[in-house]
Design a protein around this ligand. Structure first.
Ligand code: GLY
Ligand code: MN
Ligand code: MN
Length: 427
């Protein structure tokens, strides 16, 4: 992403801040997994959105007074020994280039407390008196025990009880909800890699291998194609396993006659794809599988036609429900509408962006630049059939574009692709 993107994001957030306020946003910390190993670092996406910096323990501070916003960034200083063991962290000039910061506004982390004290100390008149501190407190209370910001908040409350603390999370989220064309381009790259990864799956899957083996055809491709991380843990669910929404075990043997559901994606600079496709392990859908599949596909396609600016998330969800209810009746699964939750219990979609389930203000209507997944499903445990078909859709000025339209999903297309390209069917 161009540094102008991050400059603009900070400007937009600055406009939303009250005068005489300060915002402190932390990139996140490294968590120990065991002994001296750490989990892979996951940057706070709100921080990334404002800075472009994907590194632990970096702090962004915005100070607003007289309707002017000052920016400060705090980085760990590189330590000679650390660099020898682990390589260097970002140097100020690098951070400045990535996020469009003025180099004079970049400090080392150890100076953070002192500068904060200087800004908040009312006896100094270099700054207006601050009455509000914004922190990114997110919405997940279960993060509290491990999050830098909650510890900071507790300390701060003791030191400055007169300053009001406000959660800036929903302000950043509302900015993130509509995407720029550059952000959409990143998502398109992820979708493209996912498309080829799914083709590798169709080319190599067969009955008699384990789900975790089938999964590797996707995993190795996203690694190959730019070392793209997963959007989330790949779901490879055969037969009845596909009726578990977030199946994660991926350890069953794929049987002849099984449908196999792949719900997966990768990210490009943290912009994700989230796609679900269902393939017959032996290359052919049986009659019942085809029937169920086509009902879900019908809902998927009609929902994509339905999406445009002005539609509410509730209307979108209700529309999908009504189609799936009609399908379930047709398939002989239910008689009464209210019973449809037995075979479908999630919602039709969610925002996507820097997160798979991108935080969003869901009472906002669809607007140009928003992205949603479209993911209807029908899960029939007693028949061992689970079908979900998921695409990633961009809302445009007067409708929408399906960014994953090139990932084949018609029964005939899938069967033809497998017949022609699957290494076992070709023999
Ligand atoms: N894989 C999670 C989702 O589709 O929402
Ligand atoms: Mn998904
Ligand atoms: Mn999804």
């Amino acid at each position: 992403m161009n540094k102008k993107f991050y400059i603009n994001n900070r400007k937009a957030l600055g406009k939303m801040m009250k005068d005489n306020s300060i915002a402190i946003i932390h990139s996140g910390i490294l968590f120990a997994s065991s002994a001296d190993e750490n989990y892979d670092f996951e940057v706070n996406r709100n921080f990334l959105y404002l800075t472009g910096i994907n590194q632990e323990d970096v702090i962004l501070m915005l100070v607003k007074g007289n309707n002017n916003v000052l920016e400060y960034l705090f980085l760990d200083e590189n330590d000679e020994v650390y660099v020898k063991w682990n390589g260097a962290k970002l140097y100020p000039e690098e951070a400045s280039k990535i996020g469009g910061f003025n180099e004079d506004d970049i400090y080392f982390t150890e100076e953070f407390k002192q500068l904060l004290h200087f800004i908040l100390n009312p006896s100094r008149k270099n700054f207006n008196e601050i009455d509000t501190l914004y922190l990114d407190l997110e919405r997940r209370t279960d993060l509290e025990y491990r999050n830098w910001v909650f510890q900071f908040k507790d300390r701060f409350l003791k030191d400055y009880p007169e300053i009001k603390i406000d959660n800036i999370y929903s302000k950043i989220v509302s900015l993130r909800q509509t995407k720029t064309s550059d952000e959409v381009e990143e998502i398109k790259k992820s979708v493209k890699t996912t498309k080829v990864g799914l083709e590798k799956v169709m080319e190599n899957i067969k009955p008699g291998i384990y789900e975790y083996q089938a999964e590797t055809y996707f995993d190795s491709y996203i690694k190959w194609d730019g070392n793209k991380p997963h959007s989330f843990k790949t779901i490879c669910a055969s037969g009845v396993n596909a009726t578990i929404l977030h199946y994660r075990d991926n350890n069953s043997l794929i049987k002849d006659g099984d449908l196999v559901l792949f719900d997966l994606g990768c990210h490009t600079n943290c912009y994700i794809s989230d796609i679900t496709r269902v393939y017959p392990a032996n290359g052919k859908f049986n009659a019942r599988q085809r029937e169920v599949y086509n009902e879900v596909l019908n809902c998927n396609k009609k929902c994509i036609e339905f999406l445009k600016p002005g539609v509410t998330w509730k209307e979108y969800n209700d529309f999908a429900n009504s189609l799936l209810i009609a399908s379930m009746k047709k398939l002989g699964l239910i008689k009464k509408d209210k019973d449809f939750r037995k075979y479908y219990w999630h919602s039709i979609g969610h925002s996507i962006g820097l997160d798979t389930h991108d935080p969003s203000i869901y009472n906002r209507k669809f607007e140009e630049g928003m992205l949603t997944s479209v993911e209807p499903g029908i899960y029939i445990e007693e028949e061992g059939i689970g079908v979900r078909i998921e695409d990633d859709v961009l809302i445009t000025k007067d409708g929408c574009i399906n960014l994953s339209k090139d990932i084949i999903k018609e029964v005939d297309e899938i069967e033809a692709y497998m017949k022609e390209n699957n290494i076992y069917l070709k023999k």
